[in-house]
Design a protein around this ligand. Structure first.
Ligand SMILES: [Zn+2]
Length: 229
């Protein structure tokens, strides 16, 4: 260890060096990789079943000129659970009612369900990153003013972490890397293969679906921890 006191005076750079060394020992390589002193604010939320919709589909189901209206803002700025809901009908006329649409509108239609929802609907859901719906099952979507038949679009969203570049630097990961999430509490669970989605416009937030949230009793978790795998 270097000398901190030189000629009776405090050597500032030596003190900073010691602090860095202690932090590195306590927190592993994270602090060394990220901005000095940066602490991520980890939020884990359950993403309940929902639909993403195009403006064209919205007007088809809800009438010409229809707009999504905000029921509740989501954690990420600009996103919201809308007041608008649809019914979806599966291959053997099984239905899920009151499926909420998330806003704002998007360029593609997509419906994110849990495996349990898929069983109820009678379809096998592929696990996909949001936006990748190729060759996924379809369904009929029913609104108050019309219906459409989606040829594809039903997925189970792959568990993921929205991350600001500062958070990615802190954890020493990049977009597309896989991490693990430890949930402590009555049903301790480690989720692997949480895919990192790094973007300047987002806050750190892990999204699990209802099956994952219920399995780990997430609402009553005593601690959550994100780590490299
Ligand atoms: Zn998400």
């Amino acid at each position: 260890m270097s000398t901190i006191l030189q000629n009776g005076k405090l050597d500032r750079s030596a003190v900073e060096g010691v602090v860095r060394e202690v932090m590195r020992k306590r927190l592993g390589r994270s602090v060394a990789a990220g901005k000095p002193g940066y602490t991520p604010n980890l939020v884990v939320n359950i993403s309940a079943r929902h639909m993403h919709i195009t403006q064209e589909t919205l007007e088809h189901l809800f009438g010409a000129g229809a707009q999504l209206t905000v029921m509740r803002p989501l954690y990420q700025d600009g996103y919201f659970a809308s007041e608008q809901m649809v019914t979806i009908i599966g291959p053997r006329h099984r239905t899920i009612t009151n499926l909420r649409i998330l806003g704002p509108v998007r360029p593609e239609n997509q419906i994110e369900l849990s495996f349990t929802d898929g069983i109820a609907l009678g379809v096998h859901l592929p696990v996909r990153m949001s936006g990748n719906v190729k060759d996924s099952p379809g369904c009929i979507v029913l609104g108050p003013k019309g219906y459409i038949e989606l040829k594809e679009g039903l997925i189970r969203a792959q568990r993921h972490a929205h991350m600001h570049p500062d958070d990615a630097a802190y954890y020493g990961v990049k977009n597309g890397d896989l991490m693990q999430l430890h949930v402590k509490g009555s049903c301790p669970t480690t989720f692997r293969d949480i895919i990192c989605r790094v973007s300047k416009d987002v806050k750190l937030e892990v999204h699990l679906d209802t099956d994952e949230g219920n399995a780990s009793d997430l609402p009553n978790a005593t601690n959550v921890e994100l780590a490299r795998q």
